[in-house]
Design a protein around this ligand. Structure first.
Ligand SMILES: NC(=O)c1ccc[n+]([C@@H]2O[C@H](COP(=O)([O-])OP(=O)(O)OC[C@H]3O[C@@H](n4cnc5c(N)ncnc54)[C@H](OP(=O)(O)O)[C@@H]3O)[C@@H](O)[C@H]2O)c1
Length: 291
């Protein structure tokens, strides 16, 4: 008899994410086990409980979802979980702390619908945050040259170092965007802009966006007014504004939800999957090309 699908939600926050729980249920799992405030030292016993209860032939029906608002903590939990596995004794695991992987994947896929990433230069505004860093990483892995922007060029340079450690071929330039002049300068010659700033913070004025003749695609991930990219709509989905294809946060959100659900479903197809940024991006690519 086929075993029921059990998703084990390991969340670093005081409350396990309701959002992640709902998506799990909507993706068709049979049971959701939720653990909150999960620390690295607790992972072994939690993961052993998942690994040692079913035989290897049934382990694809058990999977882990690592969430929580702190992406660095989620990455540590993922490493600790992976360290528990051996031989066939493993279960599939997905990391989407802060929604960073699914959101960044959706943003980069939106851009990729309109331009060839390998021939593009992108500016990631607020590229230092968890979502921005993932977007930088995915763009760079796709061969795009990426300017990583921050109010602090040191923070931008630190993000470049971290992404480079993960992707040696990445072509990255740290840029400061502490004021309007610097932001205009950073935008010069780019054909993609992704705004990954904190909620309710405008990063680029309408005038500056319109003045950038090279710009082809603009993607904003901030849904809280004022939006990150002034002058575009939060629900915009491939809307043409003065010759630039624009996406607002809700316009990108539908793709993000589809990727999240598809990734959860994929977890239950094998017991050895590790779904981090690149794997989740690939799932998004498959969805884009599916008939
Ligand atoms: N659609 C979705 O499903 C979804 C899912 C997750 C997140 N999001 C959205 O994606 C965006 C990025 O998320 P996140 O968690 O990575 O964001 P975050 O950590 O809150 O902020 C990202 C970056 O914004 C910059 N920033 C913060 N306050 C600022 C200010 N007052 N002025 C200018 N820049 C400021 C900082 O960069 P510097 O300090 O380096 O300048 C920070 O690293 C957010 O708007 C979030 O709401 C959307």
């Amino acid at each position: 008899m086929t075993k029921p699908k059990i998703l084990i939600q390991l969340d670093g926050d005081n409350q396990a994410s309701v959002f992640d729980a709902v998506v799990g249920v909507d993706a068709g799992i049979d049971h959701l086990f939720q653990y909150h405030s999960v620390q690295v030292e607790q992972i072994r016993d939690l993961v052993h409980g998942a690994m040692f209860t079913r035989g290897p032939q049934d382990l694809h029906n058990t999977a882990l979802f690592i969430g929580g608002s702190n992406v660095a903590h989620g990455e540590r939990l993922l490493r600790a979980a992976a360290d528990c596995f051996f031989g066939p004794m493993r279960v599939s695991v997905m990391l989407d702390a802060n929604g960073a992987n699914t959101t960044a994947a959706a943003a980069v896929l939106a851009a990729a619908r309109h331009v060839e990433l390998a021939q593009s230069t992108a500016l990631v505004l607020a590229g230092t945050g968890p979502v921005g860093q993932r977007a930088v990483r995915l763009l760079a892995r796709s061969g795009c040259q990426v300017r990583v922007a921050s109010r602090s060029v040191e923070r931008a340079a630190e993000t470049c170092r971290q992404v480079q450690a993960n992707c040696a071929d990445a072509v990255l330039t740290p840029v400061a965007t502490a004021d309007a002049d610097q932001t205009r300068g950073a935008l010069e010659g780019v054909n993609i802009v992704i705004a990954a700033g904190a909620a309710g913070v405008e990063l680029l004025s309408d005038d500056a966006r319109k003045a950038c003749a090279s710009l082809q695609v603009a993607v904003d991930l901030n849904a809280v007014p004022p939006l990150g990219l002034a002058g575009i709509g939060v629900t915009d989905k491939a809307v043409d504004h003065e010759g630039v294809i624009c996406y607002g946060a809700i316009g990108v959100g539908g793709t993000k939800m589809k990727i999240h659900k598809a990734a959860i479903k994929k977890l239950f197809t094998a017991n050895e999957l590790v779904l981090d940024a690149e794997e989740i991006f690939e799932i998004g690519r498959e969805l884009e090309t599916a008939p």
